[in-house]
Design a protein around this ligand. Sequence first.
Ligand SMILES: NS(=O)(=O)c1cc(F)cc(F)c1
Ligand SMILES: [Zn+2]
Length: 259
Amino acid sequence: MAHWGYMTTNGPSTWGKDFPIANGERQSPIDIVTTAAEYDSDVLGSNALSTNYTPESEVKLVNNGHSIMCQITKKGVLTGGPLGKDEYRLEQFHLHWGAEDNRGSEHTVDGKMYASELHLVHWNASKYSSFADAVQKPDGLAVLGIFITPGVACNQFKVISDNCGKLKTSGAEMTVDTTLDPTLLLPSNTSDYWTYLGSLTTPPLFESVTWIVFKEPVEYSKEQLLALRNLVDSDGNHMQDNYRPPAALKQRKVKKTFT
Ligand SMILES: NS(=O)(=O)c1cc(F)cc(F)c1
Ligand SMILES: [Zn+2]
């Protein structure tokens, strides 16, 4: 089986061959049509979305062949909002980006694509025993989607962007002896978001994700975006345009926490 990727020969339009769920009922990403999203006060009312992350004392970075991933070792919890009382534990974060600033995010907002999208991946530790156990359950995962737009540098992301040069090839890993507080990767406004039931956006495309996509983008500098584009993927090409285009909404409603 040719390894899945983002090229014409192995990209998103070919994934359905090996992963038939690619054409499923709750696939991600989606285009968020802002006027069709339903304001739902009780998503926010009952208990606001809350993150309680412990800063990492060292940063474990991995080039996994299709993204740059930071593995989380400390206890970090996401709960509230659409997650109710369940506590979801932070497992890893990674990104998707374009070859140019006009594309790269996976979710789009009224058809607008951002330059990149950061995903903080959590698993339901209230109901399951591990990420591997949760990854195939309909309420197993929660992913925070943060849009990235070119602007000033994000200081907390420097530990990743400054080390991309040492992670060029697929499979490369490194541990950086520095602290990282995942809270500082979030936008300042974490009250305004869209949420809907979806899937992993890469194979195996499991339909196990409660998506929470923040309205407010975060700025990264041009240099930080360029650092991502200089990474090399598992085929030896520049890791760029590693985003899946929006999938059909089908019988789903997107909820929003703001008017
Ligand atoms: N890109 S994503 O956040 O949906 C994602 C998260 C994950 F933990 C594994 C995957 F294969 C894909
Ligand atoms: Zn992702």
